[in-house]
Design a protein around this ligand. Structure first.
Ligand code: URA
Ligand code: SF4
Length: 202
């Protein structure tokens, strides 16, 4: 796929390539800085996102915004937010593999256009899909993976964290790891093994 942003957005808006198109209200293309260093990827739109056409605008989205703020990031400012599937799976079921596969070229094109330095996969469904594995989030977090040549790290989905508050501490550790990883990728003389600014401040 070699569409520019405008054509890519048009293509997604009218897409009927998988069964998810039938029950969607709005496609949820993705939002943010089209030259971002940071790309956060969730699994797919929920009810609020389907109504508004923007990713992570419901309860989980509020937590995601707070997670971003904790590492001094803001939606739209050096950050892009997208999902593996652009249309809501009915009843918030997990997207099926055929649906993930059908929608993947759009995410690929978004990544090719954004050229982020680091991808953060939010939750099991996104991480397992992007890394083509069935591994748990617990086993995938804390390491730098690669996705089509871009560094990728894994953390818990904010909706999961809302139901499992004790794991918020692990998500915080993952965010610190993400910041250190980004510092390393920027070649700022820091590596993921060094202490980061964010961590020292705590
Ligand atoms: N959960 C996701 O994975 N993506 C959204 O956009 C909202 C909730
Ligand atoms: Fe097209 Fe993706 Fe929506 Fe399926 S989920 S209809 S592939 S935009």
């Amino acid at each position: 796929m070699s569409l520019d942003w405008a054509r890519l957005k048009e293509r997604v808006a009218g897409c009927t390539d998988c069964p998810l198109h039938a029950k969607r209200n709005k496609t949820v293309f993705g939002v943010g800085d089209e030259n971002a260093d940071w790309l956060f990827v969730g699994e797919g739109p929920g009810a609020e996102e389907d109504a508004q056409g923007e990713p992570f605008v419901g309860q989980a989205g509020k937590l995601l915004d707070n997670m971003l703020a904790a590492i001094h990031l803001k939606r739209g400012d050096n950050v892009y937010i997208a999902n593996c599937v652009k249309c809501r799976p009915p009843g918030n079921r997990n997207p099926e593999s055929a649906e993930l596969l059908a929608c993947e070229p759009y995410l690929h094109r978004q990544i090719d256009l954004i050229r982020p330095k680091l991808i953060v996969a939010l939750g099991k469904v996104a991480a397992a899909n992007l890394l083509a594995t069935d591994a748990s989030v617990a086993s995938m977090r804390g390491r730098i993976h690669q996705y089509r040549g871009t560094a990728l790290i894994v953390t818990y989905h904010p909706a999961y964290l809302l139901r499992n508050l004790p794991d918020k501490a692990k998500a915080w550790a993952d965010l610190c790891f993400a910041v250190r990883t980004m510092e390393g990728l920027r070649g700022g003389g820091s590596t993921p093994e060094n202490a980061s600014q964010v961590e020292r401040r705590r």
